[in-house]
Each structure stands twice: as C-alpha cells, then as structure tokens.
Design a protein around this ligand. Sequence first.
Ligand SMILES: [Zn+2]
Length: 1015
Amino acid sequence: MSEFSMYHAMGQGTPKPNAPVRKDEPNKFRPPVAASPGGYQQTGASASGQTPNQYMSPSNQNFPPAQEQGYFPPQPSPGFQTGHDMNNLTTQMGGVGLGVDVAAQPRQNKKKHRHAFHNLEAPGSSQAFNGMPQNGTPSQFLDQTSPGWPQPQITPAMSQFPAATPTFSPAAPATNAQHAARVGTPQAGSAASTQQGRVDPEHIPSVPRSRDTPAQYYLEHVYPTMEHHLPPPALVPFVAFDQGNSSPKFARLTLNNIPASADALATTALPLGLVLQPLAPLQDGEQPIPVLDFGEIGPPRCRRCRAYINPFMTFKSGGNKFICNMCTFPNDVPSEYFAPTDPSGVRVDRLQRPELTLGTVDFMVPKEYWSKEPVGLRWLFLIDVTAEAVNRGFLDGFCEGIISALYGGGDQDETEEGDSAQRRLPPGSKVGIVTFDKEIHYYNLSANLESAQMMVMTDIEDPFVPLQEGLFVDPEESKAVITSLLTQLPNMFSEFKNPEPALLSTLNSALSALTATGGKIVCSLTALPTWGPGRLFLRDDGNMHNNDAEKKLLTTEHPGYRKVAQKMVESGIGIDFFMAAPSGGYLDIATIGHVSATTGGEIFYYPNFHSPRDTLKLSKEIKHTVTRETGYQALMKVRCSNGLQVSAYHGNFYHHTFGADLEFGVIDADKAIGVMFSYDGKLDPKLDAHFQSALLYTTAGGERRVRCSNIVASVSEGAAEAMKFVDQDAVVNIIAKEAAARMSEKSLKEIRGALTEKTVDILAGYRRNFTGNNPPGQLVLPENLKEFSMYILGLIKSRAFKGGKEPTDRRVHDMRMIKAMGPLELSLYLYPRIIAIHSLDEKDGFANDNGYLRMPESVRASFSKVEEGGAYLVDNGQTCLLWLHASVSPNLLEDLFGEGHNSLKGLDAFQSTLPVLETHLSAQVRNILQYLESNRGSKALTLQLARQGLDGAEYEFARLLYEDRNNEAQSYVDWLVHVHRHIQLELAGQRKRDDSDGLASTASTFVGLRTPYWN
Ligand SMILES: [Zn+2]
C-alpha cells in the first residue's frame, strides 16, 4: 500500500508537518549500513569507477541460446533489411522507441557508468547511504507550495465545470514527458518494419521502457485527474490528485474519449469498458478518501436513476434543483442540503463540499441501507489439522502467520520497536478459531479463561455451532489465550494425524457461526477433502488437456459447494483459502475455489509448498489478507449516462440475475471488477459520458458506507479522438477478464484463437481507419496500444491459457485470479519485471538527489538479453526469482549471501530472503526488493533461487521470458509478424479465420467470437 516512505524516507523519517499521519506506516526502512570494507577488490579492478562491471565476463560471444538463434536476425546494422535509408528508418522507428530515449533522457551510455560493487568510497565512508537530500520525502507531494512540480489546483474553469463548461474536453491527453514511452508521432501512430517475417527485435515496442520512463516522470509529478485524461501505465507508482474525476487507481476506462455511436466504436474493435478497484490502496502523498455523513437523510441521490450526488451534477433555479448527470432528471434539492448558487450557477459552498469536488468519496449511510446491524468484522480462521498439514509444516506456518497477522512478529518488517504493540485490526473486529480434520473443533477463546477450551463437533452430517460465548473475541483482550492456542496446535494434532479433512461440513458450520453478522473466513487446506458430505475425488488424472474433459475440470457442478457459496454471499460472508499441495497433489481448486470466487474472496495457492522456505510467504500473505482494507456484505451498482448500458460484468462475485446488483460476501483492496458497456442509443457529442460506481459495504470497523467513484469521458462523433485516449492497461484488463470468464464455455484453444483474432481486429481497425500514408508493408501500431500485442501474447502464455499440459488446479487458480486482478497486478503478471543486479550502477537502489529511490532500468523478458555471468531478479507479482548464471562472479555471491558463499552449489536452495549484509550490493538489492514488494498486488514477495543448471525454478524463469518462444507459443517477434500478416490480409479482404500456422485455430470456433466479440 503506502509503502512509499520505505524507500523514499531512507532512514530520515522526518515527515513534513502537513503530511498525513500514518501511524500504521512507521519508517520501516532498513537502518543505514556501513560501506563495504575496501579490501576485496578483484585483481585489475579500477577504483576510478569507469571500468566495466567486474561481475561480468568481458564478452558473451558464445551465449545466445540455441533456441533463439532462428528468431533474431544477426545483430542489426543500419538499414539492415528494409532498404530504407537510415534516416528514414529512424524516423519510422521513432514511435517505437528510438524517440523515447531522446525525449526522456534516460541514463546515457550506461556501460561507461557501470560500477562494480567494490568501487566504493574509502572504507568507513557511508556517503552512498547518507547522500540523500534533506527534503526528499514523498510527503512533499502534499505540500502545495513546493515549487518542484506543477501545482494541481482546482482552476476557476474546473470549479465551474458542471455549469460553465458542460462539454468536457480534456486539456491534454498527456504531456510528452509524461508519456514519453508512449509518445512518438501521435497522429500517425508507431511503425515497426516487418518484411518477410524479419523484425528487428531491438525496435519492437518495449514493455520495460514503457514502464521505466513514465515511472521516472511520476516520481516528481502528480497525476491531475481532470487536466490529464490518460492515466499512467498501471505498474507505475504515481500520486493522483483528485479533481473530480476518480483516480485511475479506482477506475480506468478503456476509452477516455467515447465515440458517439456503436458503429463508430466498432471501427476500433475496442471494448468500451471500465475497470473498477473500489477499495484500491493509496500511496503516501495521496489524500485519504473522505467519509461524509449526511445523517438520517443519507447522501442526496437522483430520484429517477438513484445516482449519488457528485461533482458533475449541476444546480439550477438558484440552487433549488439539481440536474442528474446520468439521466438529466431535474431533482429538488432537499432543504437540508440547500445552498444558493453564484451568478455562474455554482453552489457557493462547492469548494467546502468534497462530494462536489472529488471523484471518489465514502458516504456514511443510514439504516435504510442496512440489511443487518453493521458490526466490526468477524474473522473466522478455519485451520486444517490433518496429517499432511502437520507433516509438511503447513500447520506450523499457518498458525505462526495468524499470530504475526494479529500481533506482529515473525517476519522481517516487524522487528522494529513499537510495531508489535500496535493494534492490527480495527476496534470492533473479532476473531474466532476452528480446527478441522474428520471432525470440527471449536474453541472458546474468552479472555477470562486460562487457556482455550476445545469443543468437538462430531456430527459432520448436520453440523451446528457448539458454542456462542467465547467463539468470537476481541483479539487484544484474548491475546494470551489465542497466542497460546495457536502455538500449541501443531503439537496437539501431531498425535492424531487424520488424513482426510471434512471441508464442506466445516464450511457449513462456519456459515452457521457467521450468518447473524456476516464476516470473513480464512481457511487453510492441504489435502483433497475426501471425508464426509461433499467429499471430492481425483478428477484430474493429468491426461485430459485440450479437450472437453479439461473444460469440465475447470468448473464445478458440485451442488454442496455451490450452495454453501451462495448462502455465504447472502449472509455477507466471504472466504480466502490458503491451499498447499505439499506433495504436488490435486486439490480440486475448481470446486473448492468456487466458494471464494463467488463470495469475493481469494485463493493463496502454494503448489509446491516447502517448509521452511515458503513459511515466510505464507505468513506475509496471511498478514496481508488480514490487514488490507476489507469490506463485507457488499453490493455494487454501476450507473452510466443515457445512451449507454452495462452489458456485462466480470470478476469474482455473485450475480443473481442480470440487472441486479453485484453481491460480494467480502471485497478487499486488491479486487477489481470489469464492466462492459454497450449502446442503447447515440451519445450526444456536445455532452460528456458519465459513469458512477457505488459500492455499498460494511467496513472492518463496522460502519455501513457507500464508496462512490465518478468517472467522466468526453464524447466524439467518430472514433479518431477515442484512439488518442485509449488506456492500454484497461483494454488488456477487460479482454483478459472476459477471456477468463469464457473458460467454462470455450476450449482453451478457442480462447487463444479469439485473443489472436481480437488483436488483429483492433490493429487492423486502426490501420484501416486511423492511419495516414504509411507504406503498406509497415506494421503501424496505435500510439497508446504499442505494447498491447505483447501483453496479449503474455496472456496467451499465462498459466490460465497456455497450450500444452498444465495442472487444472493451476489453470483454474490463475483464471480466477485474472478475473479479480487490478490493472497493476495484471500488468506485472502478463510481463514480469526483470532487474539485472550484476550490472547495477553504484547509485542504483539508493535515493537520488531528490530523495527518490533510483531504480535501474528493467530488462526485456528474453534470454537474448541475459548476460553471461549475470544475476537477475524476475518478478511477475506472484513469485520473485533470483536467477544466477552458472558463471556468476564469486564476489557477487559473497556480497549478496555472505562470506564463504562463493559458489552456486554452496548456496542454500531453500532460502527465501537475502541476509542483511554490510555490502553495497546487499543494500542495493534489498532496497530494490523492497520497492518491488511495495508495488505489486496481493501476493507477498519472497525470493526463490533459480541457479542455472541446479534449480527447478529455472523452468519458471524460462517460462517467464515471454518474448521468447515458449509456453507453446511464438516469440514476440514472430507473434508481431504473424499479427502483421493477418492485418495485411484483412486490409486486402483476404483474411481467413482458419489460420492454422499461428496459434492454431479452426474456422468454426470463431463463429460468434467476432465483434462484438465473445458473443
Ligand atoms: Zn438520474
């Protein structure tokens, strides 16, 4: 969440006086460490700092992997293939990337500035650690008088916006610098030359560059949500300044300028959709969402369409009427809410009213919005105590994780003083503990007991709740009882060792325990539940893939699990599972996970759980699930302007009938929903299109609220304007969610084919309708969709959709995850962030002159970019690998792992963290890891070693190099060539949809998958 301070504050920890007090975010930055001792320079190393990196061998001439040799033409030489002269080529390539570097002035000539780790200052100096400025904390974003960046202010024009300028037209899509990575030749789009299947891999759009350049910009600039109308790339940390339009963290439209008619939209082949992450975390420097209380009358709403009051409603008749921005109905202003308007029609109190100036607000709501008395959130931990859980150390880890989540302690960032004394759950929340194997055990946790009392529920056919008093307790009052119980559980059950868990009975029992109040269940499971009612069996024998049988394995028809899921949602209950298959076994995640997917929960899945390697990840993830913002008993409604209507929702929730509200047992900060719109008329280009999402929920502290987000887009007659305001992350997110939603009806092969077709449709549509006079042989990409093809290729290669064998547990897990992922997490999942740590500049990983962490440029996901002797961090938001080349420098290993650890074989394969060492490199890498961890999603970051030739994780490393040919799909270059060829066929009227050369698909499968795609 707001871990920004961790890597910006750099040990100074002096927030600006006007920064929000964030008691929950102490400065967790590691204490400065002394510089390395000077005595260990390699022979020949120069102290001047100008030598090439000492970790690297001088050349990598023998290195290009055999696999890739056929894909990449020999090293590009100017004018290598196309016959264009160099200048011309450069011009054409400008938009693809060459121009980007010029605009953004990234570090030049990096090699020259590379430093070996040991090119440090004199021993004893700690300059590298203290060299940061005194005023560089990120809280200066709040300091509106600070001269460092344009001050976002509500300008007169903006403040009068609803009355004075009914037509919204974004001032600018983005500045050049702001979107340097995306900006080339805005009108003409970008060009990548292809000819006879040859593409220069250096010149195709680079995902790393598209992130790194804006990330630099947004270190020192805010994103004003009305002045600019094209959000930063989703993976880029930024501080949004809410000017009435919701921050992209909460809502991203695929098109921030919307064509007036369905026909005009169809020329783009793009979906019109909205990605909502209503409880998204904020980062330091952003204003907390205000909570507004209108007392018994509740927030003012439109009488006709029930839209909530928002900055785009206009006031008429001297302030007596307000005109709804969704349906244009003129409402009477309630007398309690009346304020006169000034001569320009603006309410005189506008600037004092957050609901009239901010895009995202929380409304407290009165009793009529309650379905039951709101109370603090009940957390019920269901702990698997069967033999597998005990034997494999999962029970141990899970219990430790709960203790750490409730009371701190356990993982690294807890070690600072004061943290453990802090209350983790909001006052009013309560916790309960249940264990289960073939029976269900409840515990009385009353604070007045010496130790917890167990009550065994043996009637698993008709489970009930055997106690009322002491089941849910205040975690602080009962701290001693809870801690002692959790500490003893692993020992207690090591004597019983029942092999089979009775899961469904336990879930039904938990449902009874929470029906009255609603709440959140956190359940561990380490074996296929084969006991009692709802017992499951091994459905996936590993041999069913690419056929209808596989499709069935991805869904569940189990009446027991479907029923308990539905009842949980109805009662305002949601569930997160922590599932481990320590021996790699099948867990039927399709069936069990249906309960969490339906109730708005999540699955944390450890397919190869190994204790103690994975206990830190387990512990961190339990802590995350307990401490992230969580609401329960939630309903969601999305409203839009006349002329548009919601056509589909995608995500993890319960949807009773179309048109009804979405229902969530629980919803948390990491969960996103995709909403698609269709036209039911024509939009008026003179007016704007408005969207409002309203999430009615109960907070963990027990307040009933509505989280309201308002989004506005301008409207144009045609679609040319729309193409300038395309949000690539939103488009990818909507398409991915929709693809995931189809997994129960279409085969994986059909889905991959449809994704390919969709990519061609969009790019061909652009080529046909929106480009100028580009030579026919050129692949022209829309400026803001430059990396779109790569992200779709990443999707096709993801575990959810990839060809070839993949355990259905993993497929269905990833599929449901994609449905719920926010744009940031999905971006990372579709294209990992790769950092070369053997060639870090000595300043990388430390604060720059302005106090911001200096991140090295990231590396393209291709083995051709891997250097001999290299060491790389590879993070896709789910796992973070540390890949080490076989001939990595022994000095690097010692700097990273400690003295004596100078060979790959000597490293502990199961370590999940780096030791804290007083070496420059150690500090750099740990700082970088901390940055990655704070900019990720719902999964915790721990390291997994992937040593070349030694560790199984190497396969995962190879799998994540999405630009190469792998995962039964093409390389990025070949994929672009393939797409390009089909665009040309489409433009020539010769495109057949039965292409069999690429991602093999058959003609019949595409019936109905065209625009409006997926039917
Ligand atoms: Zn209305």
